[in-house]
Each structure stands twice: as structure tokens, then as C-alpha cells.
Design a protein around this ligand. Structure first.
Ligand code: THU
Length: 131
């Protein structure tokens, strides 16, 4: 899949976002190492804390369907600035894909290519638990 196609899938998920509280839709498209793509949107909750971000929705969908290796994720938001994954999502992404490429898409369709290592330097992972 081309970068543009992956980004379009993230943009298409904006309309699926359940955001009655923030009115801040986010869409994500996560590419697996075999080329399969899982999409996600943010899903909010009146209790606020149970809210799930778009990125984690995509990861949890993929992992629950047997995928654990990911190559790229596109994250779209309707903002002029590039909206980057929150800290919790960075940690969840790192668990499965420390070398993940992260593509941010703004409201104009402009993109910013980053890596998860740039977004989460010195991340905590399972190797620490083995020392
Ligand atoms: N949100 C995401 O889904 N992904 C991000 O990268 C940033 C934040 C959501 C969570 C919440 O539903 C709304 O955006 C406002 O924080």
C-alpha cells in the first residue's frame, strides 16, 4: 500500500470517531508486516478515563486478530498542526513495534514522517523486567 493510501484510510476514520465530549476526532491506520491494515478511531466515554485513542483502537483490533508485527501507522486529525500520539499510545505501540514509522496527517492532507524512536526515546520495555 502506498503512503498516500495508508494516510487516506486514517483520514476516512475521522468520521467514525465517537467524540461527543472533546469534538476532537482522530483516525488511525496501522499496517502489519504482511500488508494487512487495521484502522481505528477514538472512542470517548462519559467517564473520560475509559476513552480509547484512535491508535490504540487500531493496535487492539490488530493484536486481537493475531497480528503483532507492524511497520507503519498513519494518524490523522482535523487540526492544522500535526497531532502526535499521546504518551500512552506511544508506549502501547512500542510494545509491538519499536521500529514503527509514524506518519502524521493534518487537516490539509500534509504529512510529517517520524519514527516511534523519535517520539519515545529511552522507552521502557520488557527487557528491563528481565534484569
Ligand atoms: N486522541 C487520539 O485519539 N489520538 C491522539 O493521538 C491524541 C488524542 C483523542 C483522545 C480523545 O478522544 C481526544 O483525542 C482528545 O484528547
Amino acid at each position: 500500500m502506498t503512503k498516500q493510501e495508508l494516510c487516506q484510510k486514517a483520514v476516512d476514520m475521522l468520521k467514525m470517531a465517537y467524540v461527543p465530549y472533546s469534538r476532537f476526532p482522530v483516525g488511525a491506520a496501522l499496517e502489519c508486516d504482511d500488508g494487512t491494515v487495521y484502522t481505528g478511531c477514538n472512542i470517548e466515554n462519559a467517564g473520560y478515563t475509559p476513552t480509547n485513542c484512535a491508535e490504540r483502537t487500531a493496535v487492539f483490533k490488530a493484536v486481537s486478530e493475531g497480528h503483532r508485527k507492524f511497520t507503519r501507522i498513519a494518524v490523522a486529525a482535523a487540526t492544522e498542526r500535526f497531532t502526535a500520539p499521546c504518551g500512552v499510545c506511544r508506549q502501547v505501540l512500542q510494545e509491538f513495534a519499536p521500529d514503527l514509522e509514524v506518519i502524521l496527517v493534518n487537516r490539509d492532507g500534509k504529512t510529517l514522517d517520524l519514527t516511534l524512536r523519535e517520539l519515545l526515546p529511552y522507552g521502557f520495555d520488557g527487557s528491563y523486567l528481565e534484569e
